[in-house]
Design a protein around this ligand. Structure first.
Ligand code: MN
Length: 128
């Protein structure tokens, strides 16, 4: 069954590469470079997985993750954060809100392994 992945990435070149790669893998992709639109797309599409950059215009990936976790229709969706952040305090926040962190630069093979794990594995267990 086709899985839907929401990509949130404000770098157009990165977004294009990710979209092409995931579509080649057979996934349906919905994508945006902006956090507010990402919320709208998430509500409309209820994706099977969210792949998101942390540094985004208007609202950060962390705020987006908070929204997803707080919405009853979306809270079980695995979130993979893609980030160049080196700040270690940020790591705790990311770990609490997201299911996996992939650091830039990454190989598509490594990213794909993480994505497949969540698409084929058990859904996130919600504690709330
Ligand atoms: Mn960014």
């Amino acid at each position: 069954m086709t899985k839907t992945i929401l990509i949130v990435e404000d770098n157009e070149a990165s977004l294009s590469l990710l979209r092409d790669f995931l579509e080649e893998e057979g996934h349906r992709v919905v994508a945006t470079g902006e956090g507010v639109e990402a919320i709208a797309l998430a509500l409309e599409n209820v994706p099977d997985l969210v792949l998101m950059d942390i540094q985004l215009p208007n609202i950060s990936g962390l705020v987006l993750a908070d929204f997803i976790r707080g919405n009853s229709n979306l809270k079980g969706i695995p979130i993979i954060a893609v980030t160049a952040y080196e700040v270690r305090e940020e790591e705790q926040l990311l770990t609490a809100k997201c299911d996996a962190i992939v650091r830039k630069p990454f190989s598509f093979d490594a990213l794909n392994a993480v994505i497949d794990k969540f698409l084929n594995g058990p859904k996130r267990v919600s504690l709330s």
